[in-house]
Design a protein. Structure first.
Length: 239
């Protein structure tokens, strides 16, 4: 049984500053002293206007951006600090523990939609046939036409690409899920499908940290909202 009393993700005093090397090393603070926790079965939403630093927080948790402070993730009972971890440790976390749906789908050309979705499963050691079956089931839930499953997503519309992106993120059983506007470019039926998938993940004990600009989706999935503007305003005063 999942222990829902201990947080799966903890940010403590996390800050991010970009250094503009082409502008004489000018420092641009993004967020400062971000502190929050996400527990199993909980969806915490990062709120605030565009450009305030919400996506940067997700990228720091995923290890794409360096950060100061602590970003601790429960990796099978061991809390791993992403901010201090080396590249191999970050890759291992992504393989075992952390799923991520970004705003844009980035795939290798000529790889089919089915294989794009199945790849995280096969990378984790699942039999390729079973991975393909699970990928197809997820694509079907997100209403991607079967005729597209063998085609590369680079040829798809924005909404179709986003459905592949969501399917890839949700097909695994990783205990921490990062969502950066997963319903962007989706119509009402597919937004409803994503809301249902998020509910299933929460009931399974997955901890979710997400960004949702769509008010209907946010209201349906959020257990609580963290206002990132407070952290960004502090950073601006401290700069």
């Amino acid at each position: 049984m999942t222990d829902r009393t201990s947080p799966r993700l903890v940010l403590a005093g996390v800050s991010k500053t970009f250094t503009m090397h082409l502008q004489g090393g000018r420092a641009i603070p993004v967020v400062h002293d971000v502190s929050l926790a996400v527990h199993p079965g909980e969806c915490v939403v990062l709120g605030g206007p565009s450009g305030i630093g919400k996506s940067s927080i997700l990228k720091m948790v995923y290890g794409n951006y360096a950060a100061t402070g602590e970003i601790r993730i429960d990796d099978g009972g061991e809390m791993v600090d992403v901010a201090a971890a080396g590249p191999r440790a970050v890759v291992a976390l992504r393989r075992r523990t952390v799923g991520y749906v970004s705003q844009f789908l980035r795939v290798v050309p000529r790889v089919s939609a089915r294989d794009v979705v199945a790849e995280p499963l096969t990378a984790a050691g699942l039999d390729p046939d079973e991975a393909a079956d699970r990928a197809e089931a997820m694509l079907a839930r997100l209403n991607l036409p079967r005729r597209l499953w063998d085609l590369p997503p680079a040829t798809f519309s924005g909404g179709e690409q986003q459905r592949v992106n969501v399917a890839r993120g949700f097909v695994t059983a990783r205990p921490l899920l990062l969502l950066d506007e997963p319903t962007a470019s989706l119509d009402g039926d597919n937004r409803a499908a994503v809301i249902e998938l998020i509910g299933e993940k929460k009931r399974a004990g997955v901890a979710i940290l997400g960004i949702f600009h769509d008010e209907t989706t946010r209201a349906a999935v959020a257990d609580r909202t963290v206002d990132v503007a407070a952290f960004a305003a502090f950073a601006a005063r401290a700069a």
